[in-house]
Design a protein around this ligand. Structure first.
Ligand SMILES: [Zn+2]
Length: 185
């Protein structure tokens, strides 16, 4: 009886001690997660899915502080692309988890011949909190249409990337979105 009890105590001590020695802090630092993850939906803009996927990928390739995932089917996205007959426009972010922002993927610009991926990444730049910078060169994503109809640059410049990183540097920061929704073109 005494031996059995000692064995139990020893096992319990061993179990307790394992976590103490199995949590190297370096491991946690190696797994670097974005501070904020937001979701988007393209189910109401299916004709532009390829452009939207490419435009989102551009941002994910360039950002560390925020990750953008496609929402699960039936889920509530933080940003929704909607196909629209007018000029492209968006509600200004920075989008946070729980938001319900809209991007209108306007057909007017599509019919004029503007690059679809640039439209998608430009409008999502608004969702990430960037204003328009017009007039601007093609190298600026947020110069939008003033970059010229032949401009196919869908990649933000260093300044634009830094501004988004700054918007999400503090992590999740919910705002009263209904009080101040700003629509930009
Ligand atoms: Zn714009």
């Amino acid at each position: 009886m005494l031996i059995r009890r000692s064995a139990q105590v020893f096992a319990a001590t061993l179990a307790l001690s394992v976590p103490l020695f199995a949590t190297p802090s370096a491991l946690a630092e190696d797994v670097r997660a974005a501070a904020v993850t937001i979701t988007y939906d393209d189910s109401q803009a299916t004709e532009y899915t390829d452009a939207i996927t490419a435009g989102i990928a551009v941002w994910n390739d360039n950002l560390d502080n925020v990750q953008i995932d496609k929402v699960e089917p039936g889920g509530q996205a933080d940003v929704s692309f909607v196909a629209d007959p007018g000029w492209p426009r968006a509600e200004l972010g920075p989008a946070m988890p729980g938001d319900d922002l809209t991007i209108w993927f306007g057909k007017e610009a599509v019919d004029d011949g503007y690059n679809l991926t640039r439209i998608a990444s430009h409008e999502f730049g608004h969702s990430l909190g960037l204003p328009d910078v017009k007039p601007g060169p093609c190298s600026s994503l947020m110069s939008g249409s003033t970059g010229g109809v032949d401009c196919d640059n869908a990649v933000p410049n260093a300044e634009e990337i830094a501004a988004v990183e700054d918007n999400y540097a503090g992590g999740f920061a919910p705002r009263d979105r209904e009080a101040a929704v700003v629509v930009v073109g």
